[in-house]
Write a protein of this length. Structure first.
Length: 299
């Protein structure tokens, strides 16, 4: 089975590398060719459009930043969907909204292409170690076809249901990550404002039942101020926005998520967009440290 991979960013590059480590030769495309260079050689060939990749493969992975990027690669000029062979498999690992996954599944079916939504949970380091969790929305037979390939990149596969179910699960998980990070950052800002040392707050809060376990992994970033991105803040804001869109589509009220989404948007305006999403802590503590406005004088 010849495999194509489109989207070689923080996660996609590591996923593709693990496919190669497990003996798979890849046909690759990325808008910035330089990101593909480490993967080129006997097990990696670069083509200059998604269409040319599709013409070569039976199984195609996409790992792109947002729905517009997926749709552009699939359906617009030199898009791959019109060039994949009948009965080929397209596996979209991008973090997108469920209604979009269903739209792409229908577009694929109209071209006799099988579609799987399979977003992942895990940081860049987890992706490099091949320990991602795949949340899969697919026909059971299609999942079994690709299961051995997914296990080259991850160590857990959850079949959530039909098309859109995988992206639904990923959306729920990222909602918890985004709101949990924002709530913790706000609590830290309050604690520090009340005169408690940052060290004492970290030592006391991390590990408590009220605090999400993943936050312990963000301590070093918050303490050092080095927010090199494992999951860029702008993509967390995007996922929170897509969650709010999905809530609107399904008639669900999400006041906390919408407030957190706007908080991340404000942080983006202050220069945190490409930093790790834990930089929301830096944004909130900077607000706390800003001088209070002078009181208006009454005459």
């Amino acid at each position: 089975m010849k495999i194509g991979f489109i989207g070689l960013g923080i996660m996609g590059s590591r996923m593709a590398a693990n496919l190669q480590k497990n003996g798979h030769s890849l046909v690759l495309f990325n808008r910035t060719r330089a990101k593909a260079e480490p993967l080129l050689g006997p097990c990696g060939t670069f083509f200059d459009s998604p269409a040319k990749v599709a013409d070569q493969v039976d199984l195609l992975f996409t790992m792109l930043a947002h729905p517009d990027a997926v749709e552009e690669a699939a359906l617009r000029v030199n898009g791959f969907l019109n060039f994949l062979r009948p009965n080929a498999l397209w596996v979209d690992c991008s973090s997108v909204n469920p209604s979009f996954s269903k739209k792409m599944a229908a577009a694929a079916a109209a071209r006799q292409v099988r579609f799987v939504d399979a977003p992942v949970t895990g940081s860049a380091a987890v992706a490099a170690d091949g320990k991602l969790v795949f949340w899969v929305g697919a026909e059971p037979a299609d999942l079994e076809t690709i299961r051995p390939v997914l296990l080259c990149m991850g160590n857990k596969i959850v079949h959530a249901g039909g098309h859109g179910a995988g992206t639904s699960m990923k959306m729920v998980i990222n909602l918890l990550l985004g709101t949990g990070m924002a709530a913790f950052a706000e609590a830290m800002a309050l604690g520090e404002g009340l005169g408690i040392s940052r060290e004492m707050l970290f030592d006391s809060l991390l590990g408590m039942p009220a605090v999400a376990p993943f936050l312990a992994l963000k301590r070093e970033k918050m303490e050092s101020g080095n927010y090199e991105a494992e999951f860029p803040l702008r993509w967390m804001q995007k996922d929170m926005h897509l969650a709010s869109v999905s809530a609107y589509e399904s008639g669900v009220a999400m006041p906390l998520t919408n407030a957190a989404k706007e908080l991340y948007q404000l942080a983006m305006r202050e220069g945190h967009a490409i930093q790790d999403f834990s930089a929301i802590y830096d944004y909130l503590t900077t607000i706390r440290e800003s001088p209070a406005p002078a009181k208006a004088q009454l005459h």
